[in-house]
Design a protein around this ligand. Structure first.
Ligand SMILES: C[S@@+](CC[C@H](N)C(=O)[O-])C[C@H]1O[C@@H](n2cnc3c(N)ncnc32)[C@H](O)[C@@H]1O
Length: 161
């Protein structure tokens, strides 16, 4: 599987322990250094860490069974280019698991306002936004929104599957 924006590796660890081979695309050198240290200390033998930033192509393999992007799409003004990048490297029976700040509930707007105090612009999305961007990328919305704090989680799959 591919994990985009793994941060400190909370989910990486979960998937490694479940037996997955995890490639990570992570733009922050500080986070990559942290992940590399963690890979050594926690004996992650099945993790490969690379530089990479959406919406550009990531320096990773292809044919992933699963692509995970948690807390990554919050600051990107458009979803479709990132979905297109993910769709390109997804297996035809694969799944994308991603979340976005919610525009379905007031919690998303509160989060957006708090982020503005730190001069960061967050983009809140509803189901229609995610579905339209997925369609542009040749994907279909398979499930979601599923509530997760100030975000909603969605599952996307290749349209033909
Ligand atoms: C809020 S953290 C989430 C970390 C992890 N996914 C989690 O949920 O614990 C966001 C992560 O996404 C990375 N990131 C930010 N912008 C990105 C982009 N355009 N493409 C890929 N990763 C990005 C950050 O460096 C950071 O590691």
């Amino acid at each position: 599987m591919l994990e985009i924006g793994a941060g400190t590796g909370t989910y990486t660890d979960v998937f490694v322990r479940a037996g997955a081979h995890v490639e990570v695309g992570e733009p922050s050198s500080a986070m990559r250094a942290h992940l590399s240290r963690r890979a050594r200390s926690d004996r992650w033998s099945s993790v490969h860490i690379a530089d990479g930033s959406l919406p550009a192509d990531l320096r990773v393999g292809t044919d992933f069974a699963a692509v995970l992007a948690v807390g990554v799409l919050n600051y990107l003004p458009e979803l479709a280019p990132s979905f297109t990048t993910m769709a390109r490297i997804l297996r035809k029976d694969g799944v994308i698991i991603m979340n976005v700040p919610t525009a379905e509930r007031s919690a998303g707007d509160r989060y957006r306002r708090i982020e503005l105090l730190g001069r960061r612009r967050v983009y809140c999305r509803d189901r229609d936004d995610v579905e339209a961007a997925a369609r542009q990328a040749g994907l279909r919305l398979d499930d979601g929104p599923v509530r997760a704090g100030v975000t909603d989680v969605y599952l996307l799959r290749p349209r033909a599957w």
